[in-house]
Design a protein around this ligand. Structure first.
Ligand SMILES: [Zn+2]
Ligand SMILES: [Zn+2]
Length: 102
């Protein structure tokens, strides 16, 4: 399995435009051309950053939605289950943030 897939030129999954090597988004339609995991990490955890296959709706490493999923290029009948994959305390802290509790 080649690890440099993301560096290769290719065709946009949405419009077929041939994007340049190293592109992150299609210059023709703005669709993401790399199916990156959208996990952004948090204070205790680095972003996942995993690059998934073109047909992946969710990251194979952490279960977060992929860029193609968010852009509507890949659809899944299943809801995003990031909450189940994330450290519970990491999610909970937002509910107790002073901004929300007044
Ligand atoms: Zn495109
Ligand atoms: Zn991931």
């Amino acid at each position: 399995m080649a690890s440099d897939n993301k560096e290769k030129p290719g065709n946009c999954i949405r419009c077929g435009y041939s994007y340049k090597k190293g592109s992150q988004y299609c210059a023709e339609c703005g669709a993401p051309v790399v199916n990156k995991c959208l996990d952004e990490g948090d204070l205790l955890r680095d972003p996942c950053g995993c690059v998934n296959g073109e047909d992946a709706a969710f990251c194979s490493q952490c279960g977060c939605a992929t860029a193609f999923n968010r852009a509507g290029l890949v659809t899944s009948p299943y809801p995003e289950n990031k909450v189940l994959q994330t450290d519970e305390m990491g999610e909970m802290k937002w509910f107790y943030h002073p901004f929300f509790s007044g």
